[in-house]
Each structure stands twice: as C-alpha cells, then as structure tokens.
Design a protein around this ligand. Structure first.
Ligand SMILES: [Zn+2]
Ligand SMILES: [Zn+2]
Length: 303
C-alpha cells in the first residue's frame, strides 16, 4: 500500500556501508523521495528501484548531507529518458539552491516544478498523499514532513435505503461523484459510513526535540526520526549542533503513541548504532535501528 524504503541512514558524512540521508515512499504507482544525500541513486538501484519513476523530491533543509545526491540523481533520471516533469518541494531558498544544482546538472530534458514554502506549517497534496511540512529546530531552517493517506469510508447500503436514494445512483455516489437526478442533488456523504483511519508517516531530521514532532506524529503508523547519537556524553554536542539523540527520538515515539519508530541519520562517530538497541527499546519497544535499505509496506489496519 505505502511502500517505504530508507535509502541512506547516515548523517554528516557517509561510511563505506552507510550512505547519506534519503527516504523513498511509493504509493499507487507514484514515487516520492525525501532528501537526497550522497549515494541516493546507488542504493536506489541496489534496492531494485528505478530513478526514472521519481515524481517528487521533498527537501527538509539544504545541508550537504541531505542534498549532495540530487545533481547525480537528476542526471541519471535524464539518462533514463524521463520526460515527465519532476516536482521539487522545499523551504525558502529552494530556487536559489536549484539554480546552483543546475550549474552542474545542465542537461535535464524534463521540467522541474518548484514549490517553495516558508510557513511554520505548509500543507499540500502530492502523489495522492496529503503532506504537511512543519518547522523543527536545527542550526539552519529545517522542516519535518507528515504524510497522510486517506482511507475512504465504506459504502453504507442501509443509509442509502433509509434515504430512498434510487439504486441507479448508488454506484456513482460510492465512487465519490455528486449526482443530480430528477431535480434533486445527491452527494457521496449520504451513502458513506463512518470515517476510517488512514495511514500516517512522519519523517523528521535534523532537529532538537520540539513539541511539533509529537503533535504531528500522534498515532502515526511510522515515525522516521533522527538518532544522531546514542552515547549519553554526546547530549551536549547534540544540543550545540541541534541534533537529536536516539533516546530523545524514542521518548517522542512513546509520547506520540506511534506504531513503530525507525531511527536514522547516525553520526559517522557511531559505527554500530545497534549497540543502543536495548536502551532505546526500554523507552519505546517498537524501535528499529534502521540500516540502509530498511523497508516496509504499510497497510491499513482492519476495521
Ligand atoms: Zn543532516
Ligand atoms: Zn542538517
């Protein structure tokens, strides 16, 4: 349903087995990428995906470890004969940043549609998903992303019967069409049951813990969050450089009652993030210490 793959889990600089931050999300034939750090196109191919099919790229901020993969990725997309436009969405400074990228990725045969925002919260629809960018607290302006997939309510035949809705209108109404019939207007909500829970994914890096994260991640199916350090002595450094500890991310996951937490964006000073697994799972049991290529297919929960 909602395919998620972490292409890179490194922060700052890559390691031999760890590329820089990037996350691929696929839904109903569309592909969306969040951040594009160095190595993005390499893990994309390694995991069996095609760069030709990326429809939108969301950027959290313009630090190099989140963006240096973009020129190469765009050039590979060009080589794969892509002709359809690609959306690039990011905070204030996007046009400036893309002007720089285009100086080294000059021959792009498809249009780049830019969507630049600077609001504390910015909502938009992309690839069939409802997306909210929300401001976090890093050393430069930075935003997290909340991604929602709606689930349509069930068709309620009893309600339709009670309202004497002609049988021939059930099908178009069920498909979401408003119908005018014999001088009366019928709307889809007249035949639909109670609302059903959709899917929610929240992606947040780089930042100190701020209340907006738990607020947006409330009851999320998956929270992907920065876990820059695991070692308690690194807290001061995390505060200074405005990054988040693994334990802080786990506390947010616990507070927000998410289904699962994936940690990512590890400092290169931490070659074995899994050594903190027990410690973070004591705070939030459903924590995954992600590696490059971490995948899931999120599905609606039964109702
Ligand atoms: Zn970073
Ligand atoms: Zn950063």
């Amino acid at each position: 349903m909602l395919d998620v793959c972490l292409l890179g889990t490194g922060g700052t600089v890559p390691l031999p087995q760890r590329w820089l931050t990037s996350c691929l999300i696929r839904y109903q034939g569309s592909s969306l990428l969040i951040d594009s750090g160095e190595g993005t196109q390499i893990t994309l191919h390694k995991e069996g995906y095609s760069c030709k099919q990326i429809d939108a790229i969301l950027l959290t901020h313009y630090h190099a470890d989140h963006t240096t993969g973009l020129p190469g990725l765009l050039l590979s997309m060009a080589k794969s004969d892509r002709t359809e436009p690609v959306w690039i969405i990011g905070p204030k400074g996007l046009k400036n940043f893309i002007d720089g990228v285009m100086k080294i990725a000059m021959y792009i045969p498809f249009e780049l549609h830019l969507l630049e925002y600077e609001e504390q919260e910015f909502c938009f629809a992309m690839c069939g998903m409802e997306i909210t960018a929300f401001r976090v607290r890093h050393s430069v302006p930075c935003w997290g992303y909340e991604i929602n997939v709606e689930r349509r309510p069930r068709f309620d035949a009893e309600r339709a019967k009670q309202q004497n809705i002609p049988l021939r209108l059930w099908n178009p109404l069920q498909k979401g069409e408003t119908v005018e019939y014999e001088g009366k207007v019928y709307t889809p909500d007249m035949v639909l049951g109670k609302p059903r829970k959709g899917l929610k994914l929240v992606y947040v890096t780089d930042t100190r813990p701020v209340p907006a994260i738990a607020a947006h991640a409330q009851n999320a199916d998956l929270l992907i969050a920065e876990g820059m350090y695991g070692e308690a002595e690194k807290l001061e450094k995390a505060k200074l450089n405005r990054h988040m500890m693994m334990q802080e991310a786990a506390s947010i996951a616990q507070e927000a009652n998410v289904r699962e937490l994936w940690l990512t964006h590890y400092s290169p000073s931490m070659p074995y993030p899994a050594m903190y697994k027990e410690e973070v799972r004591a705070i939030f049991p459903n924590t995954i210490i992600s590696k490059d290529g971490q995948k899931t297919d999120l599905a609606f929960t039964e109702e």
